[in-house]
Write a protein that binds this ligand. Structure first.
Ligand code: PMP
Length: 441
């Protein structure tokens, strides 16, 4: 399928057909399933979403970093079509199929660490995180889990306890499972000025040693770039210092790369940007299968093998169509120029946003790595979060056919996760709309 890579507005946003569908949706879909943009999408290709009213929007969010390779990527579409006509289900633990093994081989080859690795596939990011908790507990015989301030790990019962924000993720859904400990994160924009990664790590380690005790911890979970938090990039040295402490104390280091992973930052995984950071396990989902639901845990073979047969799995985990899509994605990332393109996209966005920051003092910081960039909005001259401006800017972008997402503990961050197939022209056009929005604030 193809779709002209152009922003086209034929009606107001949302258009009349979307408004009608939204009424039907409200009548039948649970209120707990929120809506950011009440625009119903009919089809998509590359970086363009076409809605039911014929509007074409530039997708700067990719469904929160899922279609990194672009919407309806031809390689993914044909891999899925071929697979769906051949075999859709056996349940891998009942009777296996080759594509699961091939996807595992590719993931093991490209994930961080040069040690022997093994893989298990699941359906969602949260499920991958839950399984990493199980595996780390089984491998260490310990129970306690550390997570970081501002983190996000999912919406299941266990992962909602691992998130920093109680609301909206856990409000009224308790009791929450115990043995989860929230530790200070390196957040350079809000940490004391000049605090190094090593100093921030020392603060975290002291906290965990006092509050939990290193010998009690099964695992430390960290997003190497925090996603929902608004792309908080820890200060250099933070990840590797925490990692060394984990290694010295027999704690499994888990990198949650559900959002930052797989080509998004210009390397296969964001963890690979910090020398000396060697996570034992990595959780993956979102961008690994070009829009098909698939997640996984990959990591040190001996840790992955500590789980007994039958302990890991699930009916649909690593379904034939999902792993076929993942193979198509990873084989393209291996052959193509995708990783470089992520860095070029990042450089273009940073240049434009930095220019905007010089004009509009409500931009407190521009941050990110590769095609994972965000800017944090503040009250000019302060660190006070500017949530109303963030909301207004998002509205402006959406009304003008540019899909951007918000993020941040204080809901004051605009994050950009464009598909890596986007053209420079379209990127500039999306950034022009952001700039016009900033001017109107
Ligand atoms: N971990 C991280 C870092 C995430 O960003 C997300 C999703 N935003 C999850 C876990 C949960 O993934 P899923 O929504 O697929 O369960």
């Amino acid at each position: 399928m193809s779709l002209e890579q152009k922003r086209i507005l034929t009606t107001s946003i949302p258009g009349p057909k979307s408004v009608e569908l939204q009424k039907r949706r409200t009548a039948v879909v649970s209120a707990g399933v929120g809506t950011m943009l009440p625009v119903f999408i009919e089809r998509a290709h590359g970086a363009i979403l076409e809605d039911v009213d014929g509007n074409q929007l530039i997708d700067m969010g990719t469904g929160i970093g899922v279609v990194t390779i672009g919407h309806t990527n031809p390689g993914v579409v044909s891999a899925v079509q071929e697979q769906v006509a051949k075999l859709t289900h056996t349940l891998f633990t009942v009777a296996p199929y080759e594509k699961y093994v091939r996807a595992a081989e590719l993931l093991a080859a490209h994930s961080p660490g040069s040690f022997p690795k093994k893989v298990a596939f699941f359906n969602s990011g949260a499920e991958a995180v839950e399984n990493a908790v199980k595996i780390a507990r089984r491998a260490t015989g310990r129970t306690e889990i550390a997570v970081f301030d501002h983190a996000y790990h999912g919406r299941t019962s266990l992962t909602m306890a691992m998130n920093f924000k109680a609301h909206p993720y856990a409000t009224g859904f308790g009791p929450l499972p115990g043995s989860i400990h929230h530790a200070p994160m390196s957040y350079p924009f809000r940490d004391p000025e000049g605090m190094t990664g090593e100093q921030a790590a020392a603060r975290t380690i002291t906290y965990l040693e006092k509050r939990v005790g290193a010998s009690q911890l099964a695992a430390v979970f960290i997003e190497p770039i925090q996603g929902e938090a608004g792309f908080i990039v820890p200060a250099p040295g933070f990840l590797k210092t925490i990692d060394s402490w984990c290694k010295a104390n027999g704690i499994v280091m888990v990198a949650d790369e559900v959002q930052s992973g797989m080509a998004r930052t210009g390397k296969w995984f964001a963890s690979q940007w910090e020398d000396g950071f060697d996570p034992d396990l990595v959780t993956v989902a979102k961008g690994i299968a070009g829009g098909m639901p698939l997640s996984g845990v990959v990591g040190r073979a001996e840790i992955m093998d500590s789980a007994h047969a039958g302990g890991l799995g699930g009916t649909f985990g690593g379904s034939p169509t999902a792993v076929a899509a993942a193979v198509a994605v990873m084989e393209q990332f291996e052959q193509g120029d995708w990783l470089n393109r992520a860095q070029e996209i990042g450089a273009l966005i940073v240049k434009r946003l930095t220019e905007m920051m010089a004009i509009y003092p409500i931009i407190g910081e521009v941050r990110g790595v590769g095609a994972m960039q965000a800017f944090e909005l503040v009250m000019p001259g302060t660190l006070d979060p500017n949530q109303p401006a963030t909301e207004a800017l998002l509205k402006h972008c959406h009304k003008n056919g540019v899909v951007v997402l918000n993020a941040g503990t204080y809901a004051n961050v605009v994050r950009l996760l464009p598909p890596l197939s986007i053209s420079d022209d379209l990127l500039h056009e999306a950034l022009d709309v952001i700039s016009e929005g900033l001017a109107t604030l």
